[in-house]
Design a protein around this ligand. Structure first.
Ligand code: CUK
Ligand code: CUA
Length: 670
């Protein structure tokens, strides 16, 4: 049965209502029958111009056309949502627009950015240096979990946090200019994973360990693992006024050397609590070359690992009363103190747990075991009842274990390899099924839905999904509509580009009760994303030019080294040469700078433009320097003029018709 033009137009108008979306209706999908119009083949002058003919020529079925209409964003129209995705081992954050899935920006965080001069200006280098590991400037990272700042459990659009799994670091990004403002290195743990997750008013940014070491990663042989190795969770205090983490007000809790994994913050019913998964409660340490079980076998022997349940509100009190040790400058609650004050409980969780996600009302905690086809739902109320009752098992560190049956509310069979869960506004959860390459939709029990805990549908994805992100999908007010699945393998989805395949993000329509539809595939630019968050675009309010000319993006105030038009100068003080330069279409002032070999050059650049989009670059070949100043911005580059020569500097942003003339000479006399 062919689809007629009338049906096609109708299906487009109603969003696919009456059609089998994504399915092929017959083989003659479009055209044929009553469909008139120009020839379906490309003409000598290009593509056919009739919609139906294009659809036929491109072999698009009605589902494809509906997907195109749901995502196509005409030139000049803006996306309605931002997706903030981790950039994985690119060390950066990527910003996409939804529904178009156009990539809007790469925010440089832990890695250098040649394009944006990140790591070349004094300001950005200083931020990277604060995050150095073992005194080494660390210029790559492995970003995993972005967290938008929250007010009362809703994204407020002000800040974004992200962790670096490789370096055990946290970055703070200000969404006024989408720029990284701070990187902190955790002094207890060399790597992390359970970060970043914020408490409902962004009081804290949570970061927990992944692979255990002695705290502070000092040396200890592996046969002392049980005694000397530890995990930890850090509650980084966020000062919203300053827009910075305050390490002096932050504190940590010692945890057993079970590899802590994903974490989530409680909210509403469970506000004041935090939840962290673990695996390798076997405490395997590898040694396959010495005849011991390989790491992944040793770490998967037990049927249950432990969900860590932490009362951070009470822990905060214990910290303020000084019942802590200080390790590497970080206040640390030891495990015995945590037990004594009822701050830390364990609950068994099945089969290599990975994701832990708190339901919108804070009443349920959803855990996925990678090797268990179910998600396990724990009731926060049952957990509280069990704690009140006080009858626990104990682990070998004396930590109280709440019995599985005392805390478990439901187990929902979803499919193979469940990992991570998000929520919508209809009382559904959405869980990624890594092994099955699908996303499962399932209904939450009361008070969310009356149809009980059960699977409600699946959509195949391409392929091997890790995290999923729905609109405000981990907040107290999830909004549904879209879900993005962040897939690990792309296999055959894109024109081949050699043996290294890109990662595939897929946009999924979750608005229709009758089924989910994959709308769009998008390759990632660089790196493997893990988690992402989606926020309505109107909640984010970036500036379009800096508030005043001469602005420091770091201090968010007038830069003392800013230069006004007419005040440009070169100041020599012994062997230090300070340049106060302005940049405006289409010149630098001064455009000739002469120094002597060995001088220290401190070059302040002020972009005196007030026009939107009028950025100017500054490239200095021979000195490995390239930065960009945005309208109004002042920044500084400092370097040794260690090599004599003639160095033309130039603008890297094609800013005007005379952009190529926007250059100057840096002369270094021997
Ligand atoms: S992890 Cu990557 S798929 Cu770092 Cu959140 Cu689960
Ligand atoms: Cu300024 Cu090109």
């Amino acid at each position: 049965m062919a689809v007629t033009r009338r049906e096609l137009i109708k299906s487009a108008a109603v969003g696919g209502g009456g059609l089998v979306v994504g399915g092929v209706i017959g083989k003659t999908v479009l055209g044929g029958g009553g469909a008139a119009g120009p020839a379906a083949q490309p003409t000598a002058t290009g593509l056919p111009q009739d919609a139906l003919a294009i659809a036929k020529q491109r072999n698009l079925n009605p589902g494809d056309i509906v997907a195109a209409l749901k995502t196509y964003t005409p030139s000049g129209k803006l996306d309605t949502h931002y997706l903030f995705a981790s950039g994985g081992h690119s060390g950066q954050v990527w910003v996409y627009g939804i529904p178009s899935m156009r990539i809007l920006k790469v925010i440089p965080v832990f890695s250098h950015s040649s394009y944006q001069g990140w790591g070349y200006s004094d300001e950005s280098l200083e931020i990277l240096k604060r995050g150095q590991v073992n005194g080494k400037l660390t210029t790559w990272g492995d970003t995993h979990h972005p967290a938008l700042s929250e007010t009362k459990g809703d994204y407020d659009g002000q800040f974004l946090f992200i962790n670096d799994k490789a370096g055990g670091r946290i970055a703070v990004i200000d969404l006024r200019d989408f720029m990284t403002k701070q990187i902190v290195k955790n002094p207890l743990i060399i790597d992390d994973h359970g970060g970043t997750f914020v408490t409902p008013n962004t009081e804290y940014v949570i970061e927990s360990c992944q692979y255990s070491t002695p705290l502070g990663w000092s040396y200890a042989p592996l046969d002392e693992y049980k005694d000397k190795y530890r995990g930890a969770v850090t509650f980084w205090k966020f000062d919203r006024q300053k827009g910075r983490i305050d390490p002096a007000q932050s504190w940590s809790m010692e945890l057993p050397p079970y590899f802590q994994d994903l974490a989530d913050s409680g909210k509403l019913a469970s506000d004041g609590w935090a939840f962290i998964n673990s695996f390798n409660t076997e405490m395997a340490t590898g040694g396959d070359a010495e005849g011991k079980p390989p790491m992944e076998v040793g770490a998967s022997q037990r049927d249950m690992d432990y969900l860590h349940v932490i009362n951070w509100k009470k822990a905060e009190q214990v910290v303020s009363e000084g019942m802590v040790d200080t390790v590497n400058g970080m206040r640390l609650i030891r495990m015995d103190m945590a037990v004594k004050h009822g701050l830390l409980y364990l609950i068994p969780e099945p089969k290599s747990p990975h994701g832990v996600d708190v339901a919108p009302k804070g009443d349920y905690i959803v855990v996925s075991g990678k090797l268990d086809p179910h998600v396990t739902v724990y009731s926060f109320k049952k957990i509280q009842d069990a704690i009140a009752k006080g009858s626990f098992d104990q682990d070998s560190y004396g930590l109280p274990i709440i019995r599985f049956d005392d805390a478990m509310e439901a187990q929902v069979q979803l499919g193979l390899g469940p990992l991570h869960t998000q929520f919508d506004n209809q009382g559904f959860g959405y869980t990624s099924l890594f092994l099955e390459s699908a996303v499962a939709r399932w209904s939450l029990g009361a008070p969310y839905r009356q149809d009980g805990w059960k699977l409600a549908g699946k959509v195949p994805i391409q392929y091997n999904v890790g995290h999923v992100a729905a609109v405000c999908g981990d907040t107290v007010n999830p909004l549904g509509a879209y879900l993005v699945s962040l897939n690990k393998w792309s296999l055959d989805r894109f024109a081949p580009t050699g043996p290294h395949h890109t990662v595939n993000l897929q946009l999924v329509d979750i608005s229709r009760p009758e089924g989910m539809q994959v709308l769009y595939d998008v390759p990632t630019p660089d790196g493997e994303p893990h988690y992402a968050q989606i926020i309505p675009a109107d909640r984010v309010k970036p500036v379009l030019v800096y508030p005043e000319v001469g602005w420091s993006a770091v201090t968010w105030s007038k830069d003392p080294n800013a230069t006004a038009k007419g005040k440009e100068r070169v100041v020599r003080n012994g062997s230090k040469v300070e340049v106060f330069m302005t940049a405006v279409r289409s010149h630098y002032t001064p455009d000739v700078v002469s120094v002597r070999q060995g001088d220290t050059v401190v070059w302040h650049i002020t972009n005196i433009e007030t026009a939107r989009n009028a950025s100017h670059g500054f490239a200095l070949p021979g000195y490995n320097l390239g930065v960009v100043t945005d309208p109004g911005q002042t920044l500084t580059v400092t370097f040794q003029a260690d090599t004599a020569g003639t160095y033309p500097f130039y603008c890297t942003e094609f800013c005007s018709a005379l952009h190529l003339e926007m250059m100057g000479y840096f002369l270094v006399q021997a």
